[in-house]
Design a protein around this ligand. Structure first.
Ligand code: KG4
Ligand code: ZN
Length: 354
């Protein structure tokens, strides 16, 4: 089966054609980072308008690169939740238009399910994990641990989530505090490699919610960095910024790794998958590999293109729904909330205000 996937939940306009066995035939992502950078975060109305401009050429390019016509598709999958309402609507309307005109099934996909299943995409010769696994989803909008027994919604159970900021959101906010360009995550990652965490210890406490729980909390450490920067007054020196990046990243990574290992042990599931944009973080990849190797836990982290927002993961999750006979009607509506059980993130909505 061949499925077209469409993703417009936040600040990437993306389309991809994927086979139901995970083979990626094409994967087109148009990022809006340059559009939102001057505002230091995603501006929802600008996002919707740019999706509207980009969606047709992006879909056409995905079909052309895959060498597939609309008539040859078996279904149209689209992110229907969670995300910015106006942004989601653009992808939904495009998908509905194609599905209606070409008489193809329409399949709505939860963006978080897409992230968790991205590890099954086959771009080269990746080895996919088997079920069940513990999924650590770390993105700009969400941070949670899941027990994943299979690809369907009822088979995915949230074990714990952040009580405040998402990990990527914390990276971006700290980047902003340190005067780095948006999005801060990749920049903090780069600078952390040249910093000495021990020199910034008092600026950054541990990022640990109660030791025995599987919940996260990142707003306290972000506030400490803000307080430190405020107290310091004068502009921070180059090395100081690097040291704070190293200490902050170290604290976030430490919490993510400890809770993930704890989840694997509590659930007696010795397989871990890391998904979402923050899975690109070099510190997290290194520490998680080390911790899992020490305990005999098998670790899978998808390649970078599968970690950050993309439509291939949406097409794949949609293909599996289609294979199970699950399709949606043209009344499919967007939602700002995930359909996965028990999400404790405070507030929801956009991940950064202009
Ligand atoms: O999954 P994603 O592309 O979009 C959401 O669904 O949110 O994740 C984007 C997030 C941003 O917050 C970005 O700063 C963060 O992932 N990110 C990183 C790195 N690369 C991207 N955070 C830390 N280190 C990185 N290398
Ligand atoms: Zn995402």
């Amino acid at each position: 089966m061949r499925v077209l996937g469409i993703e417009t939940s936040c600040d990437e306009t993306a389309a991809a054609v994927v086979m139901s066995d995970g083979r990626v035939l094409s994967d087109v992502v148009k990022s809006q980072i340059a559009l939102h950078a001057p505002y230091g975060g995603v501006v929802p109305e600008l996002a919707s308008r740019d999706h509207a401009r980009a969606i047709v050429p992006v879909v056409q390019e995905a079909l052309a690169r895959a060498g597939v016509t609309i008539a040859e598709l078996d279904g149209i999958a689209v992110t229907s939740r969670p995300g910015l309402s106006g942004a989601l609507l653009v992808g939904l309307q495009a998908a509905k238009g194609i599905a209606w005109a070409a008489h193809k099934p329409l399949i709505g996909v939860d963006h978080l399910v897409g992230h968790l299943l991205a590890v099954f995409l086959r771009r080269a010769d990746e080895i996919a994990p088997s079920y069940p696994f513990i999924g650590l989803l770390v993105s700009g909008g969400h941070t949670a641990l899941y027990r994943v027994d299979g690809p369907a919604l009822p088979q995915i159970r949230e074990l714990g989530a952040t009580r405040d900021d998402a990990a990527g959101e914390a990276f971006d906010k700290v980047g902003k505090l340190l005067g780095l360009a948006y999005p801060g995550g990749p920049r903090v990652d780069r600078l952390a490699a040249e910093g000495d965490a021990s020199r910034a210890r008092d600026a950054v406490p541990a990022a640990m919610a109660r030791r025995d729980s599987l919940e996260f909390s990142f707003s306290g450490i972000k506030t400490s960095v803000a307080r430190h920067v405020g107290k310091r007054g004068a502009p921070l020196g180059e090395q100081e910024v690097k040291d704070i990046c190293a200490a902050f990243q170290g604290a976030v990574v430490d919490a993510l790794v400890k809770k993930t290992v704890r989840a694997a042990e509590l659930e007696a599931v010795p397989r871990v998958v890391v998904a979402g944009g923050v899975a690109a973080n070099r510190g997290l990849r290194a520490k998680m590999s080390e911790a899992c190797a020490k305990r005999g836990i098998a670790l899978s982290i998808p390649p970078f293109a599968s970690c950050t927002d993309n439509a291939a993961m949406i097409a794949y999750a949609g293909a599996l729904r289609l294979a199970r006979g699950e399709v949606d009607g043209l009344d499919l509506a967007p939602s700002t909330k995930t359909a996965l059980l028990r999400v404790t993130r405070k507030g929801g909505g956009p991940r950064a205000s202009p």
